[in-house]
Design a protein. Structure first.
Length: 248
């Protein structure tokens, strides 16, 4: 059985475009966005909004860097070309290993100037760096201020899962959730509650028990078993530092 959807007629934004641009939008919907909670007409009107908004940005180019993951492969191979075709704004979407993404972010942050990339798709664990450094543009500020004219009117932030993870202690949103990882870190709560270990820790460090070195180096054995504190990934992996220390 061949199922054919209703023809795209959409609304005033779509109808005001050239026939060529209308054809582009129809093709994008049919080829790449057939599954949507929006009707074809609603999709066409939203895509037409991008075409109209981009008319003020002629000559603009966008460079983005993200981690090498299937989600971002789709963004680079499908969404970026579709956006460029629709808006006539060239988009370069590079993908690199996680460590290289973090290295590039830190390079541009340290330089405190425009670098090779205009935007990064990075784990929300870096929200601490983004909110404290003053270097990253807060999306919430931009969407309500200078970027209001370029923020999709039908964008609903309530549709995103995990907004609290991309909002800094300053109450500003620095990223939009793009992918989700379920991370679970656990520890032996009973060890941390042992009075004798808490006393030893306080005597050695001068503050309450709460870090891993104590167990690995100074306790070493509990109930006849060798114990270790937490060691995450490897020496050169960026997760060793920012995943734990920079989230908040």
């Amino acid at each position: 059985t061949l199922l054919i959807g209703p023809p795209v007629t959409a609304g005033p934004l779509f109808e005001s475009l050239s026939g060529e641009k209308q054809s582009q939008i129809r093709t994008l919907i049919e080829d790449h966005f057939p599954d949507s909670t929006l009707s074809a007409d609603e999709q066409a009107e939203e895509l037409a909004w991008f075409a109209h908004a981009a008319s003020e940005l002629k000559g603009t180019e966008i460079s983005v860097l993200s981690e090498q993951l299937p989600t971002h492969d789709y963004e680079a191979e499908v969404l970026a070309p579709a956006f460029s075709e629709l808006t006539e704004i060239p988009v370069t979407h590079d993908r690199r290993p996680e460590g290289e993404v973090i290295r590039q972010i830190n390079l541009q942050r340290i330089m405190a100037a425009k670098g090779r990339y205009d935007a990064f798709v990075n784990d929300s664990d870096m929200i601490g760096t983004h909110s404290r450094s003053g270097w990253a543009l807060a999306l919430s500020d931009y969407m309500e201020g200078a970027g209001e004219a370029f923020t999709l009117p039908t964008l609903s932030l309530e549709d995103f899962i995990g907004l609290e993870s991309v909002t800094g202690p300053d109450g500003k949103m620095y990223q939009l959730p793009d992918q989700q990882f379920a991370n679970l870190y656990w520890f032996r709560y009973d060890w941390f509650q042992r009075p004798e270990l808490r006393v030893r820790f306080m005597e050695r460090y001068g503050y309450e028990l709460g870090v891993a070195e104590f167990f690995t180096v100074h306790v070493r054995e509990i109930d006849g078993e060798r114990v270790y504190g937490h060691m995450d990934y490897g020496k050169r992996d960026p997760s060793l530092g920012w995943r734990f220390t920079d989230a908040w």
